[in-house]
Structures are given as structure tokens and as C-alpha cells.
Design a protein around this ligand. Structure first.
Ligand code: ADP
Ligand code: MG
Length: 257
């Protein structure tokens, strides 16, 4: 990762010209079939109107659309944080409708990493402990192994000096990078991010996008990111646009960079 955003337009252009092609998409990791979500009890309103979406390994997808178009609703369904009204969501081939709450929690822990607009770091724990917690909960690593792995991931995001700090002692950009470290450390197949740059200034927003891009290119993690920022959406390998709960555009951008 570069230390910061490009400082001039020509530098940005040079960076793009030097950019390697996106990895070719691999196996299907996420799929929705005729996904419908209705909300409300007395009066039902249809939030998603039968969405069919196929996401492959190594794709970096931006989900765009006006406020209220259903982006968060779709992302929560893709992350098994919610259940569809009708239709199916398959995560790595597993249909979430067939799972109870424990089954969905286990699936999330094993396959998914989440990054939200607000970092949700635990204030009483250090950076290192926050990054270790999902690994310890998952139980796939010993404490010693989890500690070493957490330190390595934190350092790879440029936060090596901050492991013993608490979240309140960090800047907004640092907090968001810690929340990405927490998601990444658990070795997810897929990262789902809901407006992760929404609370950041443009410099830190670019740093966060750089981190995501590196995860896709170097580790073939699949990332779906909700964003309002045109310039960020244009950096992804595929742009999916929602309007009133329907996909109105699905643009392969792998050739554009
Ligand atoms: P986005 O993330 O694109 O801004 P959301 O997925 O949050 O959109 O919301 C889509 C629509 O669903 C909006 O019209 C919103 O008002 C509505 N909505 C969201 N949550 C609820 C809820 N708990 N009850 C009723 N309507 C909701
Ligand atoms: Mg939203």
C-alpha cells in the first residue's frame, strides 16, 4: 500500500497506467435467486423486488444507488444477518434459509468479514485484542497463533505502532483500518462493507479503498462495498447499481482501469 493518496492528477494517472489487470473471477461465492425482502407488519412494503445476483471469487464489487434504494438491506441478506421474505441466498454454496440462528452465526464467523460505517470496536479492549476476538470466538487458532497473526495483519495495514492503544486513542481513519484488520484476520472468503468510508475524510477514504483493493488483488478475497462515492465505485472491478430495490445496472469494469 502507498503511504497516502496520490498528491497530483498525473501521479494518480501514472498509478492507474501501472496497475495490473484485475484477477479473473473464480468460483461463485455468493448468489441470490429471486430475492425478495418485505418489511413492516400491518402494512408491508417491498424493499427488494426479486434480485438475482452472482458474485465470484476475487471480484471487487461496488453497490451503489440512492439512499433508500435497498443497498444495506441487500448487503445484510448477503451476510446472513437477515433472512429473505422469499427467494434464496447462497453463501459459498450454502443456502441460508436452511440454517437456524446458530448455523448462520457459524457461517458468518467462518466465511465472512464485516466492515460498517461506524467501526464498532470494543472501547475497553486494545487494538490487538479487538482484532483477536473474532479469531478466538471462531476457535480455529490457538491464542498464541491468533496473537501472532493479529500482529501481522495489523502491521500490514500500517498500524503496527498502535497495537496497545484503545479505539478512543485513534483517529477515525485508524479506527476504520483496525475494523478492516479485525475482519481480515479471521481469514474470510468474503468481506461485506456498508459505507466504510462514509465517516472518513477523502484522504482516509482513499487509504481504506487502497486496503480493500490490495486484499482483492493479493489475497483474492471477494469484496462487496456499498458506497456513495463515484470515484470509489469507479475503482472497483464491477459496479452494481440499485434503484427502488431492483438492479438497474451491472457493469463489468475490469477493462476500464
Ligand atoms: P440504503 O442502504 O440503500 O439507503 P436501505 O436498505 O437501508 O437502503 O433501505 C431500503 C428501504 O427500506 C428504505 O425505503 C427504508 O426506508 C426501508 N427500511 C429500512 N429498514 C426498515 C425497517 N426496519 N422498517 C421499515 N422500512 C425499512
Ligand atoms: Mg444503507
Amino acid at each position: 500500500m502507498s503511504d497516502g493518496p496520490p498528491s497530483s492528477k498525473s501521479e494518480l494517472f501514472a498509478d492507474r497506467a501501472a496497475r495490473a489487470p484485475w484477477p479473473a473471477p473464480g468460483a461463485v461465492v455468493l448468489e441470490t435467486r429471486q430475492l425478495v425482502r418485505e418489511l413492516g407488519t400491518a402494512v408491508k412494503s417491498r424493499i427488494l423486488h426479486g434480485i438475482d445476483l452472482t458474485v465470484r471469487e476475487g471480484e471487487f464489487i461496488s453497490l451503489t444507488g440512492l439512499s433508500g434504494s435497498g443497498k444495506s438491506t441487500l448487503l445484510y441478506l448477503l451476510g446472513a444477518l437477515d433472512r429473505p421474505t422469499t427467494g434464496e441466498v447462497l453463501i459459498d454454496g450454502i443456502e441460508i434459509g436452511g440454517l437456524d440462528d446458530d448455523g448462520r452465526a457459524e457461517l458468518r464467523s467462518n466465511k465472512l468479514g464485516f466492515v460498517f460505517q461506524f467501526h464498532f470496536l470494543l472501547p475497553e479492549f486494545t487494538v490487538l485484542e479487538n482484532v483477536m476476538l473474532p479469531m478466538l470466538r471462531r476457535g480455529a487458532r490457538t491464542t498464541a497463533d491468533a496473537t501472532a497473526h493479529a500482529r501481522a495483519v495489523i502491521a500490514s495495514l500500517g498500524l503496527g505502532e498502535l497495537t496497545e492503544r484503545r479505539p478512543a486513542q485513534l483517529s477515525g481513519g485508524q479506527q476504520q483500518r483496525v475494523s478492516i484488520a479485525r475482519a481480515v484476520a479471521n481469514d474470510p472468503r468474503i468481506i461485506l462493507a456498508d459505507e466504510p468510508t462514509g465517516n472518513l475524510d477523502s484522504k482516509n477514504g482513499i487509504i481504506v479503498m487502497d486496503v480493500f483493493e490490495r486484499l482483492v488483488r493479493e489475497r483474492r478475497i471477494t469484496i462487496v462495498i456499498v458506497t456513495h462515492e463515484r470515484s470509489f465505485a469507479s475503482r472497483t472491478s464491477r459496479q452494481v447499481e440499485l434503484s427502488d430495490g431492483r438492479v438497474i445496472a451491472d457493469l463489468d469494469q475490469r477493462q476500464l482501469l
